[in-house]
Design a binder for this molecule. Structure first.
Ligand SMILES: [Zn+2]
Length: 110
């Protein structure tokens, strides 16, 4: 009898550029994206907005949408603590960034 649950998929590693933190990085229409964030957005057609796109596999280079889930910074910290990752500091929100995100949203509406 065949199992009814889907098999676990492997990580899909981003082959392009990496940023200083080891995350995949790409440029789309002049905007910088984290590769896993972009993958999440393209796959689920869901705009992450202020939420972070987190890895269930904890592999920063992974862009398999099945390994990506949305969470808050708090979730990420909790996850980091649970997995023993060092926690980075984030600066306060940049208003210019918000403008950029809105622009990106427009790009994908076309
Ligand atoms: Zn993965």
């Amino acid at each position: 009898m065949e199992p009814t649950y889907p098999p676990l998929t492997d990580c899909i590693l981003w082959e392009g550029a990496l940023n200083s933190k080891g995350y995949g990085h790409l440029r789309v229409d002049g905007f910088d994206w984290l590769a896993h964030r972009y993958a999440y957005y393209k796959h689920y057609k869901k705009y992450p907005g202020k939420l972070m796109v987190l890895h269930s596999c904890d592999n920063r280079r992974c862009i398999n949408p099945e390994h990506l889930f949305l969470g808050t910074n708090t979730d990420n910290m909790r996850d980091a603590i649970a997995k023993g990752r060092p926690i980075g500091r984030r600066g306060p929100g940049n208003p210019e960034k918000k403008h950029r995100w809105n622009h990106i949203k427009e790009l994908f509406r076309r």
